[in-house]
Design a protein around this ligand. Sequence first.
Ligand code: GAR
Length: 224
Amino acid sequence: MLADAPSDSLRPRIVILISGSGSNMVAIADAVRNGDIDADIAAVVCNKPNAAGVQKAKDRDINTQVINHQEFASREDFDLALMQAIDQEEPDLVVLAGFMRILTPAFVQHYEGRMLNIHPSLLPKYQGLNTHQRALDAGDSEHGVTVHFVTEELDGGPNVIQALVPIHDGDDADSLQHRVHQQEHIIYPIAVKWFVEGRLRMQNKLALLDGKHLPMTGLALQTS
Ligand code: GAR
């Protein structure tokens, strides 16, 4: 719970999972703090003890837990511990924000329809890693980032929103990643806001906004 946010048990509860720098978590936490997102961040959970995002969450007085995946014998055991920690917080929404673990089918099924992920490509293009370099290597003129519901298919659930980022002459993976990251911090809070307001949901593996099916790409946000 944010220290300066009023406690209201009726507000939707969000658990955010991170593995790294936590900048998307911060963007969502800022949107909660300034009232753009009317919800409580019940917890931030990280699988890496030294991830920079852990301190950022603590600095914001958010309930922060580390569950080190290396301390578990199997992926199933880790996911079970993670699930127990999450469920203790009774979240309405689970937000994967740079959570770099492949999740077991049991975990994904448990949160289906109430778990979002952000992936740095225009899904279905470039599932997996090194997306910026792959877009450059392919000679694409456009790259971007997608927020999608999580289903059992890795980076494969229905898209909610995409930000399109043009590729400039002279771009390298770092410059492209930097511009994509800036867009992540815009579109992820939008998607979370839609969800906690009850406007966004998943039905029959399709994303709906205000009761209408979203296009397969998700809602597209064009940037310059
Ligand atoms: C973000 O760029 C996010 O899109 C990516 O990890 C980064 C986390 O940054 N996620 C994935 O690649 C998931 N497949 P952050 O820790 O600063 O939010």
